[in-house]
Design a protein around this ligand. Structure first.
Ligand code: SAH
Length: 308
């Protein structure tokens, strides 16, 4: 009997992965926009995880902390690590791939910055505007990060959290962010990266899992921390200074926490009825694979700070 249950669970796991694979595999920027439009309109992500679509920060791997608090902490950690907090109030900040504006609102309300958030998903921009008080210096626009409609050197800082995996051209992503940054301005990026192959070549199983992680959530490619650092350094707009760090230990607890949230806030899912339940369960296999990949070092949480 237990064997039969295990077999059924594994079969269900595989069916869900294959189904997601067909529907969410990256084809163009439109795939990404459609996926985020759906995730925003069905409200599941926001009801479960709040207004931050990114991982949380845990000082200690075994630390127990409210998941939403951990996400807010990640924003403050990145602000301080990158030196963004040294910029004067009123500094102009661009948030590239802003989701529904969680980080942008903190940058505006707690640091006094003048923030523009951009996303490829029109539904996210609409929701970001609904969630943002008119008194805040914080605006949102639908725009492609690979084709920013912004003049050179316009911003004092550029911020981008967990948007990089959706970019088919990492060099262009780096170039565009650095192009709109003023000379000596601050770039702060946090990203999901794959382990550098030359450090430890990937096994067949790892390659199989990596392909799943790419196809599940509309990711064309992951870069390595080294690879993206090179993109930043080799850009025509580079100020020549790039520093990186690996925050995998501090962020990996987020994966299981994101599943536990479903049990802590069952109403968030159940109030959406059967479709909500199905949508919630649909993400579980990918989240478990992500947890495995980050725990085993196949994936790494890279942070980058650079000067314009
Ligand atoms: N930074 C946000 C959201 C991270 S999710 C947060 O921390 O809450 C990834 C985000 O990148 C989504 O908002 C998605 O729409 C955006 N994105 C992906 N590809 C993009 C592109 N080509 N141009 C602009 N935004 C993009």
């Amino acid at each position: 009997m237990p064997l039969l249950i295990l077999f059924l669970l594994i079969s269900l796991f595989m069916i869900v992965l294959l189904w997601n694979n067909q529907n969410r595999k990256y084809q163009s920027g439109n795939t990404v926009a459609t996926a985020y439009d759906q995730w925003t309109n069905d409200q599941l992500l926001e009801r479960l995880w709040g207004d931050h679509v990114h991982l949380g920060f845990y000082e200690d791997e075994r630390m127990k902390k409210d998941f939403r608090m951990a996400k807010i902490d990640l924003v403050h950690e990145l602000v301080h690590w990158s030196g963004l907090n040294k910029l004067p109030r009123g500094s102009r900040i661009l948030d590239v791939g802003c989701g529904i504006g969680g980080s942008a609102r903190i940058l505006a309300s707690e640091y006094g910055f003048d923030v523009l958030g951009i996303s490829i998903s029109p539904a996210q921009i609409k929701r970001a505007n609904q969630l943002t008080s008119k008194d805040l210096l914080c605006r949102f626009q639908t725009m492609d990060a690979l084709d920013l409609k912004i003049e050179n050197g316009h911003f004092d800082a550029v911020w981008s959290v967990e948007a990089g995996p959706h970019m088919p051209n990492k060099q262009l992503y780096a170039d565009e962010m650095l192009r709109v940054l003023r000379p000596d301005g601050v770039l702060a990026v946090a990203d999901w990266n794959v382990r550098q192959d030359s450090d430890l070549p990937m096994t067949k199983i790892e390659r199989l899992i990596l392909n799943q992680l790419l196809n599940q959530w509309a990711h064309p490619e992951f870069s390595s921390i080294e690879g993206f650092k090179r993109n930043l350094l080799e850009s025509d707009f580079s100020g020549g200074l790039v520093e990186t760090s690996n925050w995998s230990k501090q962020t990996t607890p987020s994966w299981l926490e994101s599943i536990y949230e479903g049990f802590r806030r069952p109403k968030a899912v159940l109030d959406l009825g059967i479709p909500g339940l199905i949508k919630g369960f649909r993400e579980v296999p990918t989240i478990l694979l992500m947890h495995w990949a980050f725990s085993k070092g196949l994936m790494e949480f890279g942070v980058f700070k650079a000067r314009g």
